[in-house]
Design a protein around this ligand. Structure first.
Ligand SMILES: CC(C)(COP(=O)(O)OP(=O)(O)OC[C@H]1O[C@@H](n2cnc3c(N)ncnc32)[C@H](O)[C@@H]1OP(=O)(O)O)[C@@H](O)C(=O)NCCC(=O)NCCS
Length: 210
């Protein structure tokens, strides 16, 4: 549901891309594989309403296994092509989808946007923060990247808490086309940014990852 190729200002990394697999204290973040469809389907089925409130494109996501597999194959192809880096957020045994997070080159050269959703039964445990911390480190480690942003609706309190907790600063939102289907909900947009790894705060208690 994080469609990098048709958003604001897409750009393509020409040098090294983020790692295909990142392990954190509780999570495995890795590039989707079509064979993950069986794990993805139940997670999306129970979470669709919870996610759709803030990421409207989720309503258009397929629900049949074959279609989901094709969709995950697209994510993998985009990952390889350097135009979008969507990660499965899995438990340590890689048997359950806990969410999804992405590093998207769609806000102009030099910057990546992080997006995320967490399985409705696993919210409030710090998983989005843990994944976002790891992806921030992975993004800022790239030569071509000097800024990570997180965009969210001002009314999305749980989402805005993630960048705040990690030391991101609130910046002025760009002049966005809010009618775009990938827009982040109907309310005011908050844009958080972080440029230096040194500014990144610790995540959930005890986390020391990536
Ligand atoms: C936003 C979302 C990813 C957060 O995932 P999560 O794993 O629960 O996030 P974390 O546990 O890492 O952090 C959530 C923070 O919000 C707080 N929080 C959780 N639910 C809350 C609520 N209903 N009201 C206020 N704060 C809330 C948590 O306490 C934590 O803040 P804290 O550090 O002050 O304790 C998840 O709720 C989700 O998938 N939402 C739907 C999709 C979405 O909105 N994606 C983001 C689009 S920009």
């Amino acid at each position: 549901m994080f469609r990098s190729e048709r958003y604001l200002q897409p750009w393509r990394l020409t040098g090294p891309t983020p790692p295909r697999r990142i392990e954190t204290q509780r999570l495995v973040l890795r590039c989707w594989e079509p064979t993950d469809a069986r794990l993805f389907e139940p997670a999306l089925r129970v979470s669709r309403e919870h996610i759709g409130a803030w990421i409207p494109p989720v309503w258009d996501e397929p629900s049949e296994l074959d279609d989901i597999a094709r969709r995950l194959g697209q994510f993998r192809a985009e990952f390889h092509a350097g135009i979008g880096f969507v990660y499965a957020m899995l438990d340590a045994t890689e048997t359950e989808v806990l969410g999804e997070a992405g590093l998207m080159p769609r806000i102009g050269p030099g910057a990546l946007e992080i997006g995320y959703w967490v399985h409705v039964d696993h919210v409030g445990l710090g998983l989005a923060t843990e994944a976002t911390r790891a992806l921030t480190l992975a993004g800022l480690a790239l030569n071509e990247v000097d800024r990570i942003e997180i965009h969210c609706d001002a009314a999305n309190i749980p989402s805005a808490a993630v960048p705040r907790r990690l030391g991101y600063r609130l910046t002025r939102p760009p002049d966005l086309d809010r009618s775009h289907p990938d827009s982040h909900g109907p309310g005011d947009l908050l844009v958080f940014a972080l440029e230096a790894i040194g500014d990144l705060a610790d995540g959930p208690a005890g986390e020391a990852n990536a």
